[in-house]
Design a protein around this ligand. Structure first.
Ligand SMILES: [Mn+2]
Length: 313
């Protein structure tokens, strides 16, 4: 009995060794779509699920995996769409496709960089890091949404996205381009948006309903909504913590400054970017008061303004 256990253990050890050393992945290995570890917004969510569906349609083995909390942009309507992340345990030989994140410290620590075969993001700063590691398989570009790039992959493959995929990608583009009001919006984004609305039979009203639903979710759970999309920085030009929410009307935050401050409890140097779509203005809240940036700007756009001397925190 004892000997049997030892032999069994030895065989187990041997097969693990072979698996680790083997140059070709085992049959069970898959392509894993994933994003950042801090939180997942609609762009990351839609891009992972839509890219998974595309790979599956092309006969590949693909799963979408994330344990990160959802931002409010993944609204109830979005969650009702019968597509979701897979529950899957990472195995040896799995290869990763990382979407909507490129800061190596923001990627889930379970993912070894050497197994990343593709990365798509629209935040600058880490282009060289990825160029050195995966070359052309890193796409870090100035574009409104990663979802736009995923739609373009459907187009290039001549595969029509389903109506559900269209809903996800439309919501992602609308959210990440601030309903096409953000400076970062490109013609590629608006072309993708128009095509997806047509294929999915989606109206402007569907978009307005989605945005209203996101606003309601944010306002009904304000502290949590701010916390889930707050980033920490260690840069003398930036606050230690910078939150961001997108709502329709800034007036809907009247009388709620205590809740905003509560979301940054324990931090004396914070700011929050409230993007108000109605008047297209970013309201920058901090402990000293409120300032405006016109037109409304995403956090990454504000960084550019700071870097170029157009805005000071
Ligand atoms: Mn994005």
């Amino acid at each position: 009995m004892m000997l049997y256990a030892v032999v069994a253990q030895w065989i187990e050890h041997l097969s693990t060794e072979q698996k680790v050393r083997g140059s070709s992945p085992c049959d069970c290995a898959k392509m894993i779509l994933t994003s950042g570890k801090a939180y997942v917004d609609i762009d990351a969510y839609a891009s992972c699920l839509a890219y998974r569906e595309l790979l599956l349609a092309q006969g590949k083995q693909a799963v979408a995996v994330s344990n990160a909390p959802f931002a409010k942009s993944i609204s109830k309507t979005i969650q009702k769409i019968p597509l979701e992340f897979d529950s899957y345990t990472i195995t040896i030989g799995d290869q990763f496709i990382v979407l909507d994140v490129s800061d190596p410290t923001h990627i889930d620590s379970n993912i070894t960089h050497k197994n990343i075969i593709e990365l798509i993001d629209h935040r600058s700063g880490h282009e060289k890091f990825w160029q050195e590691r995966i070359g052309d398989r890193a796409t870090i570009i100035k574009i409104g949404a990663v979802a736009t790039v995923v739609y373009e992959k459907y187009k290039a493959a001549n595969i029509t996205p389903t109506k559900d995929i269209c809903k996800l990608l439309v919501a992602a583009i609308v959210d990440n381009t601030l309903n096409s009001k953000a400076r970062i919006t490109t013609k590629r984004d608006t072309d993708a948006l128009n095509s997806l609305m047509e294929i999915g039979g989606l109206t402007k009203q569907w978009i307005d309903d989605y945005l209203q639903e996101c606003e309601q979710a944010i306002l009904s759970d304000l502290v949590d909504a701010i916390k889930v999309d707050t980033k920490a920085f260690n840069d003398p030009q930036l606050p230690k913590k910078l939150g961001q929410i997108m709502i329709f009307d800034h007036k809907n935050l009247d009388g709620r400054s205590n809740e905003i401050a509560k979301a940054f409890e324990g931090c004396d140097n914070w700011a929050m970017n409230v993007i108000a779509l109605k008047d297209g203005i970013s309201y920058i809240h901090n402990p000293q008061g409120i300032r405006k940036i016109e037109p409304c700007s995403l956090r990454k756009e504000i960084f550019e303004l700071v870097k170029n001397g157009f805005f000071k925190f």
